[in-house]
Design a protein around this ligand. Structure first.
Ligand code: TXA
Ligand code: MG
Length: 327
């Protein structure tokens, strides 16, 4: 049975920090998406995150901190490579999986030896983390498997009555989740493409390997934990087309189109969301989840979405599209 929580939406960082310290669940803005935060060292609060989102316990949580010193307090090793990445990309949309200190409960990492850590690049998030003074575990603030939230209203739409507070910081600037890199082995491993392109990371530390999911393993045993084949999914069926295909609506179906750039489309779409220019994948990413939500609430039979060029931020966007389209 899920406990009903009275949800307060506020813009007051101090109030949100007090609530987190008391063990309550507070959603807060980051540059990527809104996170559903809890004091990472409070097991009961962390258990509340899994309950609130209906998230399986094999899917580990990212821990958010305000400073490098705090990173060192929750890890047992901070290698020169980790330091170089931190110097280049923090604060920012990069999560590093590093050896976990025992002071972070196993529940946070789903029993894994590594903990995902990041310093977010959002002024309210960092003010909040500084005011709390403790590491904050936070997955994206949406019911498990659904579309990630990029505004406070999206959080309310999905989690009203399941979260104690929502700190409203307006829309998120990056719009897709952080890139997750594991530094647990000799070769750095990309576990999730995200808001920081792989090419940018390789320019700093050289080649990184790519974790691929193994169809013979269950979701709980994949090499990249939490990378589930179906995720970020609208309720409306989603159909993908290649980036250079003609956008044609399906006969006798109420069709929506998720597109970008100036690709031609026929006039039979009921609803079209245009995310931005093809040269401007940053704007496309910032609008992506809100665009998907908009089409999902338009009463359509099917959403047709164009894949992105598979480079830079397009890799993260295609990853989200692919999982959203998986049935
Ligand atoms: O941008 C983001 O990363 C957002 C904001 C709120 O920071 N957070 C986010 O969290 O996307 P979530 O829970 O939706 O995705 C976390 C994913 C897990 O599903 C898993 O793929 C990876 O990050 N992850 C987290 N901790 C890990 C660990 N210890 N080892 C391996 N992968 C981990
Ligand atoms: Mg998520």
């Amino acid at each position: 049975m899920t406990v009903f929580r009275k949800t307060i939406v506020c813009e007051n960082v101090k109030q949100a920090a007090e609530m987190l310290k008391q063990g309550l669940l507070v959603a807060f803005p980051t540059e990527t998406v809104y996170g559903l935060g809890a004091d990472a060292r409070n097991r009961v609060s962390v258990a509340g995150i899994f309950e609130s989102k209906q998230r399986p316990q094999f899917d580990p949580l990212i821990v958010h901190v305000a400073s490098l010193q705090q990173v060192q307090e929750i890890t047992t090793e901070f290698s020169p490579r980790a330091r170089r990445l931190a110097d280049h990309f923090w604060p920012g949309p990069l999560t590093l999986v590093l050896p976990k200190h025992p002071r972070i409960p196993d529940l946070v990492t789903s029993g894994l030896d590594g903990v995902g850590v990041r310093i977010p690049d959002h002024s309210l998030a960092r003010e909040l983390l500084t005011a709390v003074g403790r590491p904050v575990a936070a997955p994206s603030a949406n019911p498990f498997g659904g579309i990630s939230p990029t505004t406070a209203q999206h959080v309310l739409d999905g989690l009203q009555g399941r979260v104690d507070g929502i700190l409203d910081g307006g829309p998120c600037g990056v719009g897709v989740e952080s890139t997750v890199i594991s530094l647990m082995d000799a070769t750095p491993m990309l576990l999730r493409p995200g808001g920081l392109p792989k090419e940018d990371i390789e320019a700093v530390i050289g080649p990184i390997a790519q974790a691929t999911s193994n169809p013979e393993f269950s979701d709980a045993a994949q090499p990249a934990p939490g990378m589930l084949s179906r995720h970020y999914a609208p309720r409306t069926p989603l159909h993908l087309i290649d980036c250079d295909s003609v956008c044609a609506a399906w006969p006798d179906q109420k069709c929506g189109l998720l597109t970008y750039g100036n690709a031609p489309h026929d006039s039979d779409f009921q609803h079209i969301v245009h995310l931005g220019d093809v040269q401007d994948l940053k704007t496309c990413a910032a609008n992506f989840f809100a665009g998907l939500r908009c089409l999902d609430s338009a009463g359509l039979d099917v959403i047709i979405a164009r894949r992105f060029p598979n480079t830079g931020l397009g890799v993260a966007l295609n990853d989200r599209l692919q999982r959203a389209a998986t049935t």
